[in-house]
Design a protein around this ligand. Sequence first.
Ligand code: GLA
Length: 333
Amino acid sequence: MHIRARAPGRVNLIGGHTDYTGGLVLPMAIDRGTVIEGERGGDEVVLSSREEPGLAVLPLDLADPTVVEPAWARYAAGVVSVLGPTAGFTGAATTTIPIGAGLSSSAAFEVAIALALGFEGDALELALACQQAEHVATGVPCGVMDQLASAAGVDGHALLIDCSTLTVDPIALPESIEVVVVHSGQRRTLSATPYAERREQCRAAEALVGPLRSASLDDVGGIPDPLLRRRARHVVGENGRVRAMAEALRNDDRRAAGEAMAASHASLRDDFEVSTPALDDLVARLSATAGVVGARLTGAGFGGCAVALVERGTPVEGWRVAASAGATVELQP
Ligand code: GLA
């Protein structure tokens, strides 16, 4: 049977480093994605990539995805080890998502391969399985945002995701606004960043004040250690900014949207310390450009991209992305 699975990348409009403490995020699936095409059957997963060298040959009972070669195939290996499929697959992957830019090329790859391997379940189950796959493939304790945005995307809408209840509330994007993603020039992989350390610092703050999701700015203001206090202040403030941004989009209130994005970037830079001078310069340049509603770093930071909301037609150089539907799979006998 011929299979064609497609999963989109995502850009996060606001809600940086909030998903792994059960917070709020506002990503959207984008019109760039990864396609995996091939035939189901056999007792291994054999995969080539149009963008990356080497052929992946993965036994269905593979033990350790972290040592698989070529390295790009580790995400597929993670999915194989989490799903434990009974039949193999032979096919090829191709993507229009820039790799390592913070647009979730890895999550899209995981979601597409899971569908190609015959995953059955709803978008949330698919996302949770692929999040688990990313953990076992890379050791990075990522949240669920990227995989859920790829699995549950809605055409023309950003997704207000509550990472405590795992509910997805689509928010229509105003017609007059476009989303542009601009690369800082700094490429990075998540596993080479202090992402896990930030997650650990949030856990340490939660040991003092309870879940950050329900903590107030007053609660976190009482944390004695200044570093943990700043990390926690970012998360609590950011949850509020996601709510403000969703409201601003609903009301087409450009000023409020721009303010929320600017405050998010400042907090990621000063309190959470995941920006870089290149990202700060880029965001400052974008924010000063006529027609730009707001800009901030997007993804995990430490390099990668900034996202800007712009008035439609504003000549900002970058990837113009449209909010798109989530992953799909087609079977052709
Ligand atoms: C990465 C992770 C996500 C999320 C973001 C930061 O993209 O995969 O789960 O934590 O960083 O918001």
